[in-house]
Design a protein around this ligand. Structure first.
Ligand code: ZN
Length: 229
């Protein structure tokens, strides 16, 4: 049996800790794995505090290349094969990136990408671990074939300008570390056929209050994404 192939979208505040935690988890559990890193962005000095795989020397480099180098240094004995793809996950690339994938992890900060990941993963019957963070609030949701999805809860992306982006509202670094690491744990649980932390329900943290709650998602019988499968 070939090694599981995980595709990680976004190497920002969530993707960096998620990638590192995946390598550590794979090492501890002795799980061979291929991890495909997908991001077309370059390292920016203003994000270094929460994008923990990068240093000052990486500023201006492609994130996927800097992350691959950093992960190689941090986990030299890892059983994970790293593949860098400097590209966007969009309507023209999603099918190719999902081909042969065992699992998709989405840590991007784009509403459009989140919903595209939801729809494309369902269509390809690839389980998806969704993570998001804004301010001090973070969320985690596992979307598996047969279960409810992001569109059962939100229907679609909010109108442009109605919800502030990370760049405007800011995002707390410690919360990113929590959500990113939780995405990795969730992925490893799915791979091991253990019950996911956030299947059929949105797990939401308030990092400032130190609280978390689980919001059940009733499957929407008219959902165009998950009910059409
Ligand atoms: Zn749905």
């Amino acid at each position: 049996m070939s090694a599981p192939r995980l595709v990680l979208l976004g190497l920002g505040g969530l993707g960096c800790p998620a990638a590192l935690a995946l390598l550590e988890e794979a090492h501890v559990r002795r799980t061979p794995m291929t991890l495909v890193l997908v991001d077309d962005d370059r390292v920016d000095r203003s994000n270094l505090a929460r994008q923990t795989l990068f240093t000052e020397r990486d500023v201006g480099r492609l994130k996927v290349e800097a992350a691959r180098d950093s992960l190689g240094r941090l986990c030299p004995d890892s059983s994970v094969e790293l593949i860098s793809r400097a590209m966007r996950f969009d309507a023209s690339t999603s099918a190719e990136l999902l081909r042969g994938a065992t699992l998709l992890l989405d840590g991007t900060d784009s509403f459009a990408t989140r919903f595209l990941a939801n729809d494309a993963a369902l269509a390809a019957r690839v389980p998806l671990v969704h993570g998001a963070a804004l301010g001090w609030v973070g969320q985690l949701l596992s979307i598996v074939p047969g279960g409810p999805c992001l569109r059962c809860l939100f229907e679609g992306p909010p109108p442009p300008g109605s919800v502030p982006a990370c760049a405007e509202a800011g995002v707390a670094g410690p919360l990113c570390a929590l959500v990113g690491a939780s995405m990795a744990v969730e992925a490893m649980r799915l791979l091991a056929s253990e019950p996911p932390l956030a299947r059929g329900a949105l797990l939401r943290w308030d990092g400032l209050a130190g609280t978390s709650r689980t919001i059940p998602i009733p499957p929407d019988p008219s959902c165009p994404a998950c009910r059409a499968i």
